[in-house]
Structures are given as C-alpha cells and as structure tokens.
Write a protein that binds this ligand. Structure first.
Ligand SMILES: O=C(O)CCC(=O)C(=O)O
Ligand SMILES: [Fe+2]
Length: 244
C-alpha cells in the first residue's frame, strides 16, 4: 500500500468525500478478484433486483457474514480501512454492529445499476477492483437536507425523494462522476451524499468492496426490512426504503 496522505478532518467535513487512486496495487486487486472467483466457484451468490425508478437496483452481493467466514482477506481490509477513515474524519468510528451489512462485495453485471440512495451509516468507503465500461458512480456530496434527530422519519423520506429528482440534483447539487478503476478508494459521508451507479455497458462484471463505518452506538430504525430488500432475492413490498 502506498503511503497514506492525511488530509485534514475539516477538509473532509467540508467536501463530504475523498478519493485515493492506487490505494492498493493492481496485483493486490487481482488477488482479491481471484479469491472472489474461488468463492463463487463453489457457492452461488444472490442476485438482487428491485425495479425502482428511475434507476433499478440490480446486482449480486456477497454479504458481510460470508466475508467474515469465507474471505478473511477482505475482512482484514475492512479493518485496515477503518484506520484510514478515523484519520480522515478525526473520529473514532467502527465497523457496523450488523455484520451482514458492514462489509459487502458488490458484483454488477452488464446492464446492472444501483439505485439512488443514501447509506444508513455515516461513512462509506468503496474500493474498486477493476475497470469496466460504464458503471460510474454519480454522487452529490453533502447534498442532503437532514432533519435534526429524524434521519429515518417519514418527512425525511419526502425530502429525500424530492431532492432525488433530476431537476433538484442539477439545480442544487454538485455532481461528481467517478469511473471505477483498480485500487481506487472512494470515501464519502454516505448518509449525506446522494449516490447511484450507472449501467455497466460491457460484458465484464464490475466488482467492488463496500465498507461501512459509524459511531459504536449508531442504530438504524429501518434495519430488518432494508436487509431483506438489499441482501435477499425475496419478494418485498415494492417500497424503496431509500437507504443502503
Ligand atoms: O458500487 C458503488 O459504487 C456504490 C455502491 C453503494 O452505494 C452501496 O452499496 O451502498
Ligand atoms: Fe451506497
């Protein structure tokens, strides 16, 4: 790993995101990709498809429980990145208590996308393992209007839906588009940055690791319904919980 350049917590606070190219090398990416391929050779990975507008949720996911028991190298990376996040934010953040959610591997095939949402947790790190055509992440850092002490309330979800509309995004947001590349680490205040993933346009799958952190006492009201929505192929009522 390259030397890590500490940027001030104020700067991260102000911009809402940070990225680091070649955080891990191409060789390290290849060996992680190989571990993922090995796991898939003997296990099937659930496909999640939720037909939400305007961008559906369509991807395969290896959840945190599986990572912990079958791919410890990725679990280790989740812990290493924790240190980086703590330096960057000048806070004492931790992996999520909900192991299934804390660290994931997202696999997006041709045509696959990830809907507009905010993450349920404070800080999210995305580590991209390969390059693909399409599959850019589009986000609006520090965009969300958050109601004090009502992050998961009904009125908050109305605000979120309005802010998601293209007109509002383009008028009030600062649009950032990042193309996946091997070893790129993107850190964002996930519960404040509206984000989505554009369609992958080639046959090769887009593969990345999603690592979520928060304060130790953070709780997420939306948990059970949301976990079914994001991690299982089960039918759910077609209401988008709007978080990840
Ligand atoms: O794959 C990405 O670039 C973003 C994924 C994401 O936002 C999530 O899993 O919450
Ligand atoms: Fe997300």
């Amino acid at each position: 790993m390259k030397d890590y350049q500490i940027r001030s917590a104020e700067e991260f606070q102000r911009t809402g995101y940070f990225f680091h190219e070649n955080f891990i090398s191409q060789t390290e990416c290849n060996s992680l990709l190989q571990l993922i391929t090995d796991y898939r050779q003997t296990n099937s990975v659930p496909k999640i498809y939720r037909n939400v507008k305007p961008i559906p949720l369509s991807y395969f996911v290896i959840d945190g429980k599986i990572i912990q028991s079958h791919i410890p190298e990725v679990q280790k990376l989740y812990e290493t990145v924790n240190q980086i996040i703590n330096n960057l934010t000048n806070k004492q953040l931790f992996p999520l208590q909900d192991i299934q959610v804390g660290c994931n591997i997202n696999i997006t095939e041709k045509g696959g996308t990830y809907r507009w949402h905010y993450d349920r947790n404070a800080i999210t790190a995305l580590l991209y393992l390969n390059e693909v055509d399409g599959g850019e992440i589009e986000f609006y850092p520090n965009y969300r209007i958050t109601l004090p002490s009502a992050k998961f309330s009904r009125f908050q979800s109305v605000i979120d839906r309005v802010q998601q509309l293209s007109f509002f995004r383009h008028t009030f947001g600062r649009q950032i588009i990042i193309k996946p590349q091997p070893g790129l680490l993107l850190v964002m205040a996930g519960d404040k940055c509206l984000h989505s993933v554009r369609p992958v346009t080639e046959a090769r799958e887009r593969i990345n690791i999603v690592m979520a952190y928060d304060l130790p006492n953070a709780n997420f009201v939306v948990k059970d319904q949301l976990n079914t929505y994001l991690y299982s192929s089960e039918e759910v009522l077609n209401t988008d919980p709007n978080y990840s």
